[in-house]
Design a protein around this ligand. Sequence first.
Ligand code: ASP
Length: 325
Amino acid sequence: MKKLLATLAVAASFTLAAHSAGAQTYPERTITVVVPFAAGGPTDTVTRLVAEAMSKDLGQQIVVENVGGAGGTLGAGRVASADPDGYTLLLHHIGMSTSATLYRKLAYDTLNSFEYVGLVTEVPMTIVARKDFEPADLKGLIEYAKENKDAVTVANAGIGAASHLCGMLFMSAIDTPLVTVPYKGTGPAMTDLLGGQVDIMCDQTTNTTKQILGGTIKGYAVTTPKRLDVLPDLPTTEEGGLPGMQVSVWHGLYAPKGTPAEVSERLSKSLQVALKDPNVVARFAELGTTPSPEADATPAALKAKLESEIARWKPIIEAAGQYAD
Ligand code: ASP
């Protein structure tokens, strides 16, 4: 018995030593960041910019893997069950908090299946339409939608996505249900909006700014209290007649539960460096957003945000009584 205990103690100390040595030399190989939406969309864009800057800081390649579907819950599930070694991460947005209530069943426990790295950015949303969509402004869109509710199609990235949430807020604000069309991300939804296959969408500026400025889609409003520097001609929802409709999309970086604290801390430090990278700052500004301040790019800040956002959306979703199975 004594011998067995001694053997176990030696084995345990080896494991511990290997564990902390790994954390100290991390990262030693390529890191994968899962984006839970299709390529080419706003979460993908933000992730690729940040991953490039973090990769420089960490001295290892970071590859982005798009695992779209079910409003971001498939990608989150993939990371929840990945090895907790710091080599598979998740960059998700506000949908992490809304899905916790919207989905009756998830393959993970939102608050207990992840370690936190930090907040990345908070992105305004815009209400947009295909270029030749009839209504000229938000007031016109509201009237048109009420009169043609069975014909107006609204693209989103599935239940739990930010575009789904924003679309629901719009429909509830105008008290009119419209026809929703789900995609694996708003990257492919934008392709269909540009092609005229779908009418309207509510999506992050990180996907819509370039298209609005280029006149390839129509912009109706931005969902922030103030107009954006990058889109000065775009009225706010309040100016356009929907004062209560304000929403922005916070993004966070996560690792699977059990990832060593030293690794999460290292990633957090790297995220802080990335968010000050001149290319990230400049590209974010062009896309109508700003990097999270250093104090928010921390595990504690992301954990607090996720907890408070789950608590904020739960009663709203429960009152709406619409769930995904
Ligand atoms: N913007 C999308 C959303 O609706 C997701 C994406 O494709 O990045 O949440």
